[in-house]
Every structure is written in C-alpha cells, then in structure tokens.
Design a protein. Structure first.
Length: 227
C-alpha cells in the first residue's frame, strides 16, 4: 500500500501488501479502550455512519469505530486525518514512520473484515485537511467527529471550530483527553492542554451546543444543536 496516499482517496482498493506481513492486527499501545463504554453508549443511540477522526495513529480507535458501525450500518464512511508526525508528546518516543506503516497494515486487514467500509486516509495537518473537506462541500456531512490529534490548546481550538462546521446538527463531537494534563493541574501550562480550548469552544457556542452530562468527563462529548 503506498504510504503517500493521495489526499482523501479510499484505501479499500487492491493493494500491493507484501505477503510476509503479519496477518493479525498490530498495536504497540492502547490509548483508547478505556473510552469504549462511553463511546458505545453514544454510538448505540446516534448510530453514526459517517465519521471524521482527527488523530488515527495506529488505527486502534478507527478499527473500533468500524467494528461498532458494522453492527448496524449498511455503508460506512470513515475519514482519518493524521500528519503521522506525532504530537509534542510522541516525538521523542515513537518512530512515526513505523506508526504509519502499522496503521496501513491494520486498515488493510480492517477493510477485509468490514468490507462495507470506505476509508479515506487524509495525511496532513488537521486544519488544512478539515478546510479541504469544507471546500469539497462536506459542511454538516459527518454524524460523529473524534478529536484526538494535537493536544496543544490553539490547535485543539481550531479543530473544535472546524469540527463544528463539519458535523451535522444532532451529531456529536468527542474530545479525547479533555481532562489530560502532563503536570499536576495547579502547575499546568494551559497552552499544552485540551481542556482550555474545548471550554472556549463550548462557552462561545453556548446556544449551539449541548454537553452530554450523563457520561464520565475524561473525554467530553458535545452535541451540535444549531449551525
Ligand atoms: C493520541 S494519537 C491518536 C490515537 C488514536 N486516536 C487511538 O486512539 O488509537 C494522536 C495522533 O494525532 C496526530 N497529530 C498530532 N498533531 C496533529 C495535527 N496538528 N494534525 C494532524 N494530526 C496530528 C499524531 O501524529 C498522532 O498520530
């Protein structure tokens, strides 16, 4: 599978995967599974079929979304935006070229397992990629947007504003790591946190969003109620 996939091209095309690749999913870490109970509650009610994911890494969250949607959806679309350069917190410890290859490997298997899925790999920074989707006419196109890319507040703030444009009224935006902090909260540098950015979005868009109150808030889930 080419690693420099043209923007927004489906990856469920015949590929040239080497035959000596492992035939099982490969994951080197798990930053996702603890969120599944809350996300499944949202999916069981919302039943999204068009998802935008900001930050795919090795595809663990992507795979879960495909698996969950396949329980009810005839056709599934999932758009994966990632620079595959890593965020600040990844740059030292991860070889992001390997991470991208693992994503390719996992998605190659996932498309075979869930063939009703069309998967779009959008390699690049989230802001220009999300703007490209808007230019393509995808305003209000998505049922669910999963924001798990950069954790720097200015990046998250624009991710949130663009996600608001891309999700439909009634759809949900999920912000991973809303309560994450690399330092204790009284020493935290707000520039490096998700929460201040998400709070700015939610406070500014007060008339247009509703925070789901009934779920744990390590992630924050926001329903778009107006354009
Ligand atoms: C925490 S990982 C995503 C984990 C994944 N959602 C999961 O649960 O398995 C964050 C990803 O966001 C990507 N990323 C960081 N900043 C980004 C940016 N500004 N634009 C696009 N992707 C970015 C990184 O390359 C990394 O792969």
């Amino acid at each position: 599978m080419p690693t420099n996939q043209p923007t927004n091209q489906p990856t469920n095309q015949p590929t040239n995967q080497p035959t000596n690749q492992p035939t099982e999913y490969v994951f080197q870490t798990d930053w996702f599974s603890h969120n599944i109970p809350s996300l499944d509650i949202i999916f069981n009610q919302l039943k999204p079929t068009r998802i935008l994911e900001i930050g795919s890494f090795e595809g663990r969250s992507t795979l879960h979304f495909m698996e969950k949607m396949s329980e009810y959806a005839e056709t599934i679309e999932i758009y994966c935006i990632d620079s595959w350069e890593g965020g600040l917190e990844h740059k030292e410890n991860w070889n992001m070229d390997t991470v991208e290859q693992v994503f390719e490997h996992n998605m190659h298997l996932a498309i075979q397992q869930f063939p009703r899925t069309t998967l779009f790999k959008c390699k690049g920074y989230s802001h220009p990629k999300m703007m490209e989707l808007l230019v393509e006419g995808k305003k209000g196109y998505f049922d669910f947007v999963y924001v798990d890319g950069s954790h720097e507040a200015p990046d998250v703030l624009l991710d949130a504003l663009l996600a608001h444009q891309l999700v439909r009224v009634g759809g949900v935006i999920a912000f991973d790591d809303y309560l994450w902090s690399p330092k204790s909260w009284n020493e935290a540098d707000h520039y490096l946190l998700v929460k201040p950015a998400v709070d700015s979005y939610v406070n500014t868009y007060q008339r247009k969003v509703s925070v789901i109150q009934s779920l744990p808030t390590y992630q924050l889930y926001v329903v778009k109620i107006a354009e």
